[in-house]
Design a protein around this ligand. Sequence first.
Ligand code: AMP
Ligand code: ZN
Length: 404
Amino acid sequence: MLKFSANLSMLFTERPLVEIQFPYELGPADLQRLLAENEQQLVLINVPAGDLMQGGNGNACVPGEEKNFRQAVAQAAEYAAALQVPTVNVLAGRRVPGLSVEACEAVLGDNLQYAVARLRDAGATTVLEAINVFDMPRFLVHSLEDMQRFVHAVPRLKMQFDCYHMSRMGEDVVPVLRDNLAQIGHVQFADSPGRHEPGSGRIDFRAVFATLRDSAYASTRRFQAGIENGSAVRNNPVTGRQRQDNNKTGASANMSHCVFCKIVAGELPSTRVYEDADVIAFMDIFPLRRAHVLVIPREHQQHLHRLPAPLRERLIQAGARVAEAIYASALKPAAVHYMINDGPQAHQTVPHVHLHVLPRFRGDGGSFLLSLLRKPFDLVLGPTSHEALEADAAEIRRQLERLK
Ligand code: AMP
Ligand code: ZN
């Protein structure tokens, strides 16, 4: 059986994100097809953990298992590379009875170092998760301090911060999350003590989300955060049931998880250049070129053909207006691309119609290609700051004023 942990995407996400703890019963190609069909992106997998899920000690902290661990990492790396999974979790495993904690930690440390390097080659960040002692006695990494120690010792290793496990271990989740943000590579949400959806227990998730949102601009896409929803966790990617659950409330469910709807609502920051009753235009935070602007309808629709015709017209009008302003600006572009990626197969990463207005400059051929190649590394390189975008945005706004 596949154990499928489906997460409703919540913050900073561009299409429904899913975690599949152990996806290995399907080949990467089959999985890729299923994910594409369901318009989902896989954001987290675990390194195969040996016999851990059958009650054994696993493979990461057990002397003599190093070879098996490395094979497991190679398999995770293959999936991560093929499916562009940004984050891979290592399960530390159980302390081997009769061995000291120190002996097991030494093995784990070496293995983590290996995993970080190997998975980095595959484009993924390695994270280490603490699991509370009540649910998994003898689990080697069970506290915040345990995670911190390894993250400190192994360069580029990040924490997988599971609000539930932290709360069960007596941590005050909000301040601890805030204080460790820079070392966190993935956040999981389930309430405590029941491990059900946020709101079902005692964690202050409003404050958790506010903390993440406040850090959103600095780390959009770094946190592939999702709500681990009690019911969704049991779903199965093969039957596609998770998708039905997600869509239960139709457009409103999509909207509440859509990063551009959050921008429309002002829940996420944006560097705006234009807005009216129907559309808004703002700077792309992972710009391919200077003055890369996105124009979106306020209404949430994934596909252009679903957008009411008058809104389509408003979208194009606003895009042409923005382009006209860019042409008139001190930037003096030579040409402009108008682009709409419609559907994930066409590289639509945000499921909310958007028109790219992308200026081209004389002689930018080579660098333009380079900026396209950079795209997959947005995650690592991080977004452009509001301050950096604001200079060109201000100039575009000025020109738009002039053109009125
Ligand atoms: P596409 O690949 O056509 O779906 O383009 C989506 C665009 O949205 C990409 O160029 C992203 O860099 C951009 N993007 C994603 N998140 C944000 C955000 N929070 N603010 C501004 N632009 C974003
Ligand atoms: Zn939307």
